[in-house]
Design a protein around this ligand. Structure first.
Ligand code: IMP
Length: 178
């Protein structure tokens, strides 16, 4: 791994392929044990989670469904602020055990919106799986059930994560050089 330049920024090696693989395996093993008889529905939040989800789901060996979603927020006409819509959710989630698959949880704002929408659709149980978690930035109450690697409040790219749309295809994870 060496220094990577993306646009005006330099990123340095941070988390190796092998460390990522270990974290993904640990999450999959937990899921295989804990959700064995629950027939979960994995909801993969695009775009960033596509690589993590592909690796994770190949290590998950229990019966499950999988769907890809996007979260769109816009300001509605009501005074209640922004309205969140889930694009791509075709499955009926009512009564299902749903696992949200995220690449990274930072402040938790995205998760909170998703949570709110899914709760209204009467899911039975909501679980959260994320490869990376920034505990210092996370400001929400929701329990992150499966967190692969905790990182400080730094900006990272690679393994699905982008800087301005770039860097998603990097095999390892890089951090913004100080
Ligand atoms: P949150 O809503 O603050 O938790 O942020 C969630 C989203 O912000 C993630 O799904 C990412 O798309 C993006 N994000 C947060 N931190 C990073 C980072 O370090 N690198 C790249 N994207 C990030």
């Amino acid at each position: 791994m060496s220094v990577v330049e993306i646009k005006d920024k330099k990123f340095v090696p941070y988390i190796t392929e092998s460390r990522i693989n270990t974290a993904v395996t640990e999450i999959a093993e937990k899921i295989n044990t804990e959700l064995k008889d629950k027939f979960p529905l994995f909801l993969v939040v695009l775009n960033g989670s596509f690589i993590f989800a592909a690796d994770l789901l190949r290590k998950v060996n229990i019966p499950c469904h999988l769907s890809f979603i996007k979260v769109a927020s816009y300001h509605g006409v009501s005074s209640s602020g922004s309205v969140t819509e889930l694009i791509g959710l075709t499955e009926d989630v009512k009564g299902r055990v749903v696992v949200i698959v995220e690449d990274i949880v930072d402040t938790g704002t995205t998760l909170e919106k998703l949570y709110h929408v899914l709760e209204q659709k009467e899911v039975k149980e909501l679980k959260i799986a994320t490869l990376l978690l920034k505990p210092e930035a996370y400001q929400k109450e929701m329990k992150v059930d499966y967190a692969g690697i905790e990182i400080p409040n730094d900006f990272v790219v690679g393994y699905g994560l982008d800087y301005d749309g770039l860097g998603r295809n990097l095999k390892e994870i890089y951090v913004l050089a100080k």
